[in-house]
Every structure is written in structure tokens, then in C-alpha cells.
Design a protein around this ligand. Sequence first.
Ligand code: HXC
Length: 258
Amino acid sequence: MARATILTEIHGRVGMIRLNRPAQLNALNDELMDALGTALLDFDANTEIGAILITGSDKAFAAGADIAVMANWSYMDVYQRGFITRNWETIRQVRKPVIAAVAGYAMGGGCELALACDIIIAAESAQFALPEIKLAMLPGAGGTQRLPRAIGKAKAMDMCLSARMLSAQEADRYGLVSRVVPDAELPAAALKVATQIAGYSLPALMAIKEAVNRAHESSLSEGILFERRELHARFASEDAHEGMHAFLDKRKPVFQHR
Ligand code: HXC
């Protein structure tokens, strides 16, 4: 039987997805991306799950799109198969927080996959690059758009045009990642963050994720208006009243995720 391209596990309210093509450094072929999309949508629909964690191996989060598969594709091949849109748009549909735990290489599509996540926790070994230029290709899974928004034009142009590789520390300094931890601590640290987040009220998490994403996708005044509507909507949430009353009562809130 063919080896599964991803592995999934559930830890409490955290749905975990491990990319699993170690011999190819988790190169992202259609089969892996389809499985990833299915797993993401399943966890997103599962009311017992509050956050999703995506990780790879110690050596590679993912080394990019599968070059061996792409090498002989024609324009019509990629157009007809909806290359990128078919698989990658799924990631944007996920409403729950998605956390990437990155060790080793996050290159090309692997870096773009991490960028599509909401939080990136990097091991000290993590290395980030968009080296498509070396192949006379282009970072086509959101890289040319998300990277400048994440780290600014100067650093993004450098990475895209020169294939510059960033260490975890540089990525941290430039705002590409959320936190850096020693390699040995990555699995536990990432699960701890995911578990903490998954314990909060799910509708509040989804509202915050949507509002923060607006910061990239709209003008400031539209974003502020959207944020205000989301704030007002919080007052229709049982969890929000529970959270505030629990604070006043000096007790832990019990969220129903409503
Ligand atoms: C297919 C890949 C691969 C990839 C590595 N492998 N990256 N196969 N697609 N993206 C395979 C190698 O061919 C090799 O197979 C095995 O994985 C181990 O890789 P090595 O190169 O031997 O490992 P190492 O010397 O440690 O170098 C690691 C590396 C290097 C620096 C990450 O593999 C590398 O540069 N890979 C390509 C990175 C890249 O260009 N990514 C962008 C792809 S384009 P064998 O059979 O020899 O053992 C892209 C487009 C995005 O992502 C837009 C669309 C999604």
C-alpha cells in the first residue's frame, strides 16, 4: 500500500497534521496537498477541535512543490488541473487558528504553506527561503503576496530575487515567524501553544482570525469597521458573557464554544 502523505492525530482539542514524505523532504505533490486539504476541512468541521497544528519532520517542514512532478508539465497541464488554486485555496477557507511548527527546511511552497498559517513556531534549525528563481520559476503559492506583507518589500524582494535563505533567528527578527524554540522543544512547545489557543472560545478565535486577516486585505478604515462589527457580535456570544463574569467571580471560565 502507498505510504500516507500526511498523518493526523488528535490531542485534546488540537488536530495535528504531519507532512509525511520524508524521502522527498515533504515535497508538496498533489496527493499530499489533497490529503492536507481534506484533513484541514475535516478538523475545521469537527466541533471537538479548536486549533490545528501542521508540522513536518526534524529535517524539513517542506522543501517546496514537487519538482520531479512539475518538471515536464506544460502550460495546459497546470491550467487544466487548476495548479495551486485547487489545493491551496482550501487553506484560506479554514476558520480555526492554524499553527505551523517548522523545523529544518521551509522552502518554496513549504515556506508559502507556513506563511498561509496563522502562527509560525520555528525550531532553531528552521530555514526559510523562496528559491524558485533558481529554477526560473516564481513563488506561486501566495509567496510574492504574503511575504512582503509579513516582512516588508525590501526583505521580501531580497528573498524572492536572490533566493536568500533566512535562519530562524533572522526570520524571527524580520517578523516572519511568531516564536523560536530549541529543536528538542518544538513538538511540546507547539502543542502547548495550540492547546492554549484551542481552550479559548472558538467563535471568538474565529472572529479574531477573520479580523486580523482583514488588516492585510482592506483599508484601515474598512478594517476598523469590520473589527467593530466583530466586537459588537461578541456581545451575542454566551462565551463572552461567561468569560467576563468568570473574571469578575475570580474563577476559570467554562466555554461552550457558542
Ligand atoms: C522534489 C525534492 C525537493 C522538491 C528535495 N527533494 N526537495 N524532490 N521536489 N522540492 C528530494 C531530492 O531530490 C532528494 O531526492 C531528497 O529530496 C533529499 O534532498 P537533497 O537535495 O539530497 O537534500 P539536501 O542536500 O539536504 O538539500 C536540501 C535542500 C534541497 C536544500 C532543501 O533539496 C533543495 O534545494 N531542494 C529544492 C528546494 C526548492 O527549490 N524548492 C522550491 C520548489 S518550487 P533523492 O531521490 O535524490 O534522494 C516551488 C514552487 C512553489 O515550491 C509554487 C507552487 C506551489
